[in-house]
Design a protein. Structure first.
Length: 318
């Protein structure tokens, strides 16, 4: 009868024999496991570009509507001819002030607000010195409606550039800027200031009670698709009342343009207008679609389990 020590020694010898006979498979499995761990470690620094491209259109929210103001919409305000419009299209960037016309914007906002939307976000930066905007018009109720939010900017020195319509406590403005990665592609957003949140966060808070975002954090944008993923109407259609009644009811309306380099951002899914990037951010926040990475240790355990299973299958069923 074997003693306890002899049994342990026998089990050890049998285990070594088993390992030695299958050393080739075990060496390969160990190499694969090490490669897998290294790949998992560096994957946390990789973007989701290819995943967005493979997924294409996901499930964009129907509660977000984009209004596009093209240069053709405001060419009549300036008294320009179509030939001059062609020349303007050749310009890389047109100042946002060119998109301003007091009467047109009053009509536009009134036609939207009458539908009782959740909120309206204007991505144009309308600073001081707007043409035909008198002090009386500046205090017009439609421009100061609590549902209308105006975009602000941050200059190169980090100072906030307030729009003309900002109120005393800046509770009707939001940052409209995005910081691109080193390759010039916008993949995330950040709201660094407590007193002036990002425009997307301002609008998202109108839809949900609590927005899962901590001021100052950088959060990945879960792009729901390429350009034109969200419902889109033109500025002139709204002004001319060619949009069905109730179209904007309980919707988040984002006003912007698809013209001009300053309003088109490079994204993993190609060029997308700033207004639509903001729509993707809002959709990420209100739809609880934030991208969450699985813990590295959970990934390692799953990898180890798969590796053991595959090794057993190969060694027992050659």
């Amino acid at each position: 009868m074997l003693t306890r020590y002899q049994r342990i020694l026998l089990i050890g010898r049998l285990s070594l024999r088993f390992i030695w006979r299958r050393r080739n498979i075990l060496v390969r499995a160990t190499a694969c496991f090490i490669i897998g761990i290294v790949s998992l470690y560096f994957s946390k620094y990789q973007s989701f570009d290819w995943r967005f491209k493979l997924r294409e259109v996901n499930h964009p929210s129907t509660e977000i509507v984009l209004v596009d103001m093209s240069r053709r919409d405001w060419v009549g305000w300036e008294g320009l001819e179509l030939s001059q419009l062609v020349q303007l299209k050749e310009l890389e960037s047109v100042p946002d002030s060119h998109y301003w016309n007091t009467q047109a914007w009053k009509t536009f906002l009134n036609n939207i607000l009458i539908d009782n939307p959740t909120g309206v976000g204007v991505t144009f930066y309308f600073g001081t010195g707007l043409a035909d905007l008198s002090p009386e018009e500046l205090s017009s109720p439609v421009f100061n409606d609590p549902k209308v939010f105006w975009a602000s900017r941050i200059d190169q020195e980090g100072r906030i550039l307030l729009p003309s319509f900002s109120r005393i406590y800046n509770n009707n403005i939001g940052l409209g800027d995005f910081k691109a990665d080193g390759d010039g592609i916008v993949r995330s957003f950040r709201s660094p200031l407590v007193q002036v949140p990002h425009l997307a966060i301002r609008l998202a808070r109108l839809k949900v009670d609590e927005v899962n975002y901590i001021t100052g954090d950088t959060q990945a944008i879960n792009f729901q698709g390429p350009e034109n993923t969200y419902t889109r109407v033109s500025f002139s259609d709204v002004v001319n009342q060619q949009v069905p009644k109730g179209f904007f009811t309980n919707k988040i309306v984002i006003v912007g343009t698809f013209d001009g380099e300053a309003h088109v951002l490079r994204t993993p899914l190609g060029p997308i207008a700033r207004s639509e990037v903001i729509a993707n951010v809002i959709d990420t926040l209100i739809g609880k679609k934030s991208i969450q990475r699985v813990s590295l240790w959970i990934c390692i355990l799953i990898l180890l389990g798969l590796l053991v299973l595959c090794t057993l299958i190969i060694s027992n069923f050659p």
